[in-house]
Ligand binder design. Structure first.
Ligand SMILES: Cc1cc2nc3c(=O)[nH]c(=O)nc-3n(C[C@H](O)[C@H](O)[C@H](O)COP(=O)(O)OP(=O)(O)OC[C@H]3O[C@@H](n4cnc5c(N)ncnc54)[C@H](O)[C@@H]3O)c2cc1C
Length: 458
């Protein structure tokens, strides 16, 4: 078959790679002028690549580890201890293991114990997600840990990530975060180990692209899909948007059409966000997909990631990852990449991500990097009082509208299937990753599943 894969993120590249392995020829269309989607890198100077959004792997991320092995890069992933903290009540509290929880003064000693036991029991005993699908995280936490841990720790964390939807988030989402990631035995019981590639995520994308091209396919960057329609022979036409369309935002209806005629394919796998996919369909194709499936796409809610990457001339704080649980601070996390990866890799330069997740329309999303820094400055000083803008050598600001699907109670019943109902048309995006929280590891699995769904349905 000739297959068009829409999106050159992890899922799209893996899907095209799997289809190529089965003898099919794939054209991958990508809106952005680079590979990798949410895990894409930028050149931060001197040819050094760094992800636009902070990235690491967990030891449980076995699909992506297997892919590195399969592509002949078994030594690319390096595993190192990580350090984590909560910022609350005016200071960073180390949060790396059970002893740190016992020292966590913002909670009363009985609350600390109760919270620790609840997490431990969940990790040891709760193997299935089923019992957690019909209850909110808030209800479960208040019931099992008490109100203090919700008020001081979990509430602010969920509000940071999900804003006003925090109270509605399903316990299924938190269950996966708490149970799937960290090994409770061996070295990791004391301190979490995280993975990062020796050459950033880019090497993985290059290897996948090379394999797709070697099998006769094309990987077309800065070439978005702008429209999809049915062909009389049962195939599908992909209409490409003009180069530079990424400057017009994400809605394909806003893209100028490219000069080339629409291309015919036997099948299409779309790995774009649900709203983008809906925007690609002409009336005939939308009618063929049907209102039930389209209703599921429409029901999808995402929060936008707003991520300010700062190059600093010195260390900002001692931790790799700081969760902000202080409601006065207008961002949710500080990820100091060079407290995890040796700054020597970057010629001694240091990188700090200031992370936020926001509902669409939040005024912070309209700010320039300078305005955002001004808005964040009091919060940054709250964490590190001596911090001064003089420490900043460079900055980059990125926004990702479809960064975080909102997983409320009953979410699993609303997930659109990979098969759209139209023969030869598959949708595979982060909303279908469940019960795990989305991540590159699960997009590797999703890309493989999408290829399988296409081949079994045609
Ligand atoms: C702030 C942040 C931090 C993260 N941290 C981690 C982490 O630490 N570890 C981890 O494993 N994961 C992390 N993730 C998640 C991870 O990056 C994603 O889950 C994963 O990369 C998603 O891959 P995907 O291919 O499914 O989707 P995407 O990466 O979203 O790929 C979809 C692709 O479709 C393209 N596209 C959109 N419209 C069109 C169009 N019209 N035509 C053609 N192409 C189009 C997009 O440009 C994109 O490349 C993070 C994500 C964010 C936002």
């Amino acid at each position: 078959m000739r297959v068009a894969v829409l999106g050159a993120g992890v899922a799209g590249l893996v899907c095209a790679y799997r289809l190529s392995q089965e003898g099919h020829v794939c054209d991958v269309y990508e809106r952005w002028p680079g590979l990798g989607g949410q895990a894409a890198t930028i050149d931060v100077g001197g040819g050094e690549l760094l992800e636009r959004y902070y990235h690491h792997l967990f030891t449980s991320d076995r699909h992506i580890v297997a892919l590195y092995d399969e592509l002949g890069m078994p030594d690319e992933l390096q595993w190192k201890p990580s350090t984590m903290a909560f910022f609350l009540d005016g200071r960073q509290w180390a949060f790396n293991g059970p002893l740190d929880l016992l020292r966590f003064k913002p909670l009363s000693p009985p609350s600390r114990l109760r919270m620790g036991l609840a997490v431990l029991l969940l990790q040891k005993r709760a193997r299935e997600v089923g019992p957690f699908e019909s209850i909110t995280a808030r209800e479960w936490i208040e019931d099992r840990m008490g109100r203090g841990p919700w008020r001081k720790v979990w509430g602010p964390l969920l509000r940071g990530k999900f804003g006003e939807r925090a109270d509605d988030i399903s316990m299924a989402w938190l269950w996966s975060k708490l149970t799937l990631r960290r090994q409770l035995e061996g070295d990791e019981a004391r301190q979490e180990q995280l993975g990062y590639p020796a050459h950033s995520w880019e090497l993985l994308f290059d290897a996948l692209r090379d394999a797709i091209v070697a099998a006769g396919g094309r990987v077309l960057i800065d070439r978005p899909a702008a429209g999809l329609r049915r062909a009389p022979d049962g195939g599908l036409f992909v209409e490409a948007g003009a180069a530079g369309s990424f400057r017009n935002g994400h809605d394909p209806r806003a893209f100028a059409r490219g000069r080339a005629a629409a291309e015919h394919y036997d099948a299409v796998v779309a790995t774009v966000p649900s709203d983008v996919f809906a925007g690609l369909l002409d009336d005939d194709l939308a009618a063929a997909i049907g209102t039930e499936y389209l209703g599921r796409l429409k029901a999808t809610e995402y929060h936008t990631a707003l991520c300010l990457l700062l190059e600093l001339d010195r260390r900002f704080s001692p931790f790799y990852w700081t969760n902000i649980a202080d409601p006065e601070v207008p961002f949710v996390g500080l990820i100091e990449h060079t407290n995890f990866i040796d700054p020597q890799r970057y010629g001694g330069r240091r990188f700090l991500y200031v992370a936020n997740y926001l509902a669409p329309g939040d005024p912070l999303l309209d700010l320039t990097p300078e305005q955002l820094l001004a808005a964040y400055l009091p919060g940054l000083r709250r964490v590190t009082p001596q911090f001064s803008p003089d420490w900043i050598r460079a900055s980059w600001l990125h926004r990702e509208p479809a960064a975080q699907p909102i997983v409320t109670v009953g979410y699993h019943e609303r997930i659109p299937p990979l098969q759209t109902g139209v023969p030869g048309l598959v949708l595979a995006n982060t909303t279908q990753i469940y019960p795990e929280d989305r991540g590159t590891n699960y997009s590797v699995r999703l890309g493989t599943d999408a290829a399988r769904a296409l081949l079994s349905g045609t």
